[in-house]
Design a protein. Sequence first.
Length: 529
Amino acid sequence: MFRRRPLGAECVVGSVYHSRFQMPISFPRTPLRRQITIAIVPALFTLCVMAASSFVFRGSVQTRQAVEHTRDILETSSGLLQRAVDAETGVRAYIVTDDTLFLQPYNGAQADAHARFARLDSLTGPNPERRQRLAALEAALTERFAMLQTQILIRKTQGFEVAATTLSAGKEKMDSLRRIMAAIDADARDQLVRRDAREQNNRRLTSTVIVVGGLLAVLISLLANRMLARNIMQLNEANAELATQAEQLEEQAAELETQAGELEASATELEAANVELEEQSTELEEQRDVAQIARVNAEQANAAKSRFLSTMSHELRTPLNAVTGYIDLMDAGVHGPVTDLQREDIRRIKRAVSQLTSVINDILNFAKLEAGEVRYSMGSVHMHEALGNASTLMEPQAQAKGVRFEYASCDPSLIAFADRERVQQVVLNLLSNAVKYTEPGGVVRLHCAANDGMVYVTVSDTGRGISGHDMERIFDPFVQLLVSAHSPSDGVGLGLAIGRELARGMGGDITVRSTMGIGSEFQLSLRAL
């Protein structure tokens, strides 16, 4: 314990000491310029780094918008060609079979194709070469649809033989249309590659600015800390000088020495704490950079996967449509009489094409769901009508397998707030799975009810059931728990994954209950109106 003197006494003793030894005490002061530098330079540098990052980020946003614009062109042109191909395939099948059912793809195709062309025209810039391709495309579209209308009229009025003579000319027009579309598509893909590369460069530049700016900010902070440490060192030297001058004043010297020791200990603790904070800051920066790189790589991989699935699905559907058309021509006997054995082969080919088309549609729907490209037309859905349509489509499949299908009609007043098409898609998928995994002689039931502002659609079966640890796995993509060499599946394990995503996208969900050897019960919940 120290015995403190009154302030006045200390001043007197200090005056006697200074007058005796003639050793004035001088406290070092930090120059004003250095103080301003320590206070302002780190802040100014931080502002500069933020401004540079903002500028680079705006460039990245603009490049991202340009990439999305080019992708919109590719999607629109692909849809335009698909509508033209669907219309041509339908008209050809109609000419061969005289069945107006094949004209369904043609109905509305012209208006939809011209709407897509208008969209493509609005997306195309003032480049003369691209405008010239668009003009040629518009002329080819108009001429092709006019020829299709003429072929339909000729088939109706003059018969198959006269209409068949126009097919080769129509094929030439369609080939010309495909060449124009291929040129537009190739140009857009080249532009997409360049813009993708520019976007990657902007991302790398943004990362570089952030990393370099952060490192420089750390260096400036270290420099400022060093300047502060130098000031602390000067203060320590002044304290040592004070201790030397106050050696002959016992109590004052002891107190000054104690205070100097405390200051030195505090400085050491502060320096150690500062070093620890700097190490933690460096470690956090490294972890953040690693996490950022991992996130970017994951996003790029996911986007690439979605683009691949979507592109492959679109590319496979066109030749499949052509295969279907030629099979119908063969089945109609256009190329000669067909034997019963050949007709059975044709039916098997049709089933295989239908299964493959279903798989492709599932993959395309899953890719769209993952990319967030699915749009919902939310509105009032009368469950009595929606489930009635689903049961009508499912009864033949159940009868063909020998499974009894029971549908308890919904209350006509029961209305859900959802997308009608998506609801039927989910219900048909659940019913198809129930029939598929129920042995002949079993029962599949469909009914609906409302409770607490929700509509519940329940599909139950008397199949083999699902084990407890597989309850959630069945909703994972590409998972097929019941597939074996003796029970092959015509899907890829996406039905339940797509169904749950669609249900959640409409504000609902799909749940399951099952007992091994007794059966399973899937329940679709939707918001009620």
